[in-house]
Every structure is written in structure tokens, then in C-alpha cells.
Ligand binder design. Sequence first.
Ligand SMILES: [Zn+2]
Length: 436
Amino acid sequence: MASKADVTDALRAIVDPDLHQDIVSLGFLKVVEIEDGHVLAQIHITTPACPVRDEFKTQAERLIGDLPGVKSVTVRITAPEQRRSSPVKESGLEEVSAIIAVASCKGGVGKSTVAAGIASELARRGHRVGLLDADIFGPSVPTLFNRHDQPLTAGRGNLLAPVAVGPLQVMSFGFWLGDAPAVMRGPMVTNYVQQFLHGVAWGPLDYLLLDLPPGTGDIQLTITQAIQLDGALIVTTPQALALTDVGKGIVMFDKVEVPVLGVIENMAWFADGSGRRHHVFGEGGGEALAERFGVPLLYQLPLDPAAYGGVFDAYAGDEGLARASDAVVRALGRSKAGSQARPEVAFDERAISVSWEDGSVDRVTNRALRANCRCARCIDEFSGAQLLDVERIPADIRAEEVRVVGNYALAVTWSDGHSTGLYPYRTIKSLAAEAA
Ligand SMILES: [Zn+2]
């Protein structure tokens, strides 16, 4: 008859495709109970819409079922239901499990459409999803879902009730403001935004997508500071994929310690009648992103401006949105798992050492890391030409400060005053491997 240890051992065969480790080592296996040949196992994953959820369940049922003496198997897959702390007394965000901000550094890249599309897709799959349109200057939810002159009603407590659009819950600054543009400054914005962000009675949600106003200025920073975010997406278009802009977004989220999950490139291509893809604005931005900042290009959506006009149903069955949603959810899962295991960093006159959770250590000399800075001052972002004269790096260069940025990079302030570079983990790993 199989024991608890046998069940645990059997489940080591299930490997998380994103985290490259088995679910037992990852600590996902929470409960194993065996009674008279009936086995109950609980697997706790990082985020409820995890696309591998069903696969884990099927694999676990089969692996346990194959053990001797097992009469029945029940596998429960659970995900965190977090209660978030908030700076205000009564917040409608308390029962929201994950909040993902959707940002763009420039307007006109289709950020709101991407946010609405992903929110719709996740809601359609049966998750509890909200979309909060916090674009104070150009709210788009009323147009995207054709809800002009939407009346608002009171929800629980003194909060507003969200508006149901099919299975999706939405709220927009536009419902408050109507067509009047917001003319507000400084502290007024802060108060207004706080009230709005916390003033909606969402109830329990698996995901809340927060559509930020475009840009990386004070208002965006105010919003990202007002609530505890679990991750951020940056939406861009190939022609707007000015790396400096994406960098600004990463720096903004780093200030509030929010990991950037990745970048979604919108309007990346269009398909002609024969299904052939045309990359209107060029290709190859993804590699540059990973190299410079260590953040992934999560998905490239086609240029298809007419596709999502006006109604919830228009988003249904869109393959691009489905895949983009998978990519986002998986990135959130990786981020949540990664944030529990940040590397330890040490530095001295000679080198910077990064110690990983698995016990391995990557050591890169100060000179080598400084020479591999990919910031806009060291590498021309359009031509890729090196602007930094490596010969002129002081022989005794050393780090004065090293910070871990998100789950992907180190930020270093060097003794020569240079501090604009991010050093992705993969750069550090490959430099350490080269040196060894
Ligand atoms: Zn640099």
C-alpha cells in the first residue's frame, strides 16, 4: 500500500514548465491524505488562471493512480486568496488576489484595448476579473464596451458598485466624469485617485487589471503608490519601442518595487487575405528588451484596429488575446515564485557576487560588468553601436551601491558616477560563465 512518502515521490515527476523545477521542490504540494486506499492531494499554485493547472491535475491523478493499492484519487488545485493591506480605512481592494497594472510610456499604442482584451479573456474563462480604467485624462472603457452615460449605483458600505459587462466587472473614471475632461493638479489628483482606486466594491476577485494613464510622470507614480500592485505590463508598438521609454516604465515601477512582468507589443503585424503576416513596423525588439533590461517580450499582437470595437463579445475567441493572456498569467506566476527567492548580492573592490537559492554563485569582475552596460548612454539604442569607451573605464572601478530590480536585474551605482544601467541576471550569468 502506497504511503504519503510514495505519493510525494511520485509527484516529483511533475515539473513546472515556467519554473523548471518539480512541484514538490517548489513547495506546491500542501496536503497528502491517505485513508483506506483513497488518496487526497492538494497542490497550491501561484496564480489561479495558471494555464498548466489542468495539466498538473491530470498528471497528478495519473501518477497517484498508478501507485499500488490506490482505490481513488482526489486532486485539489488551489491558489492564493490574499487579503491586501491598504492605506485607507475602507478599501474595495481587500479581497482582490492579484492586481496587474497595464502601462504605456506613450499614448496611442492600444494599451487600453490590450487591458480590456486580457481582462475579457480571463473573465470568459471563468475567473473573477475586474478592469479599473484609471486613465484620468482619457478614460476608454466607456467606448471600448459602449457604456456611455453609465449610471452608477451604491455597493457595499460607502463604496460604488462595479458595472457588469458580461462576466467582467468594470469601473472607469469615465463613468464619473462623463465626457468632461479632468482638469486637476497636484494634491487634488492624489485625493481623487485614492478615493477612486479604493472606492469600488469589487468583492473577491482573482485578477484586477488596472489601466494606467499613458506616461511615467507624477500621476502614474501616484496611482502606483496608492495601491499594492503585484506586477506591471508595459504595452508598446514596434515603432514606439524606443528602449529608453520602456526603461522609463521599468524605473517607475522599480521606485514602487513593482516587478515588470514583461512587454506586450501591440500592432506588431497584420495578416493579409492569404494569412501571410506583414510586420509593418519591423521586428526584433524582443531580443533588445531582454538584453537591455532582462524583461521578456510576452506577446506580439496584430494590428487589427476594427476587431474589438465596442462590445464584450468582440473579444471572445480571439486567439492572440488568449495567448497573450496565458503569457501574462504565466509571467505573474513566475514573478510570484521568483519574488520569494531573490538572490543575495555582495560586492567588493574586485567583483560583484550573486548567490542564488540553489546554492550557485555567479561572480563578475567590476570592470567586466561595467563594460557590459547596455544603457542608452553606453549603447546607441537605434544603431546598437557602443558609445562607451571601454579603455576609459577606471582600473579600480567598483560598485558603491547594488540593488535588486524586480525579478530580473541588478541596478548598480558605480564609483565613476555611472548609474543608468540595468544588468539582467542572464547577462550576469553569461559573464560569470565566460570568466569561469
Ligand atoms: Zn551605461
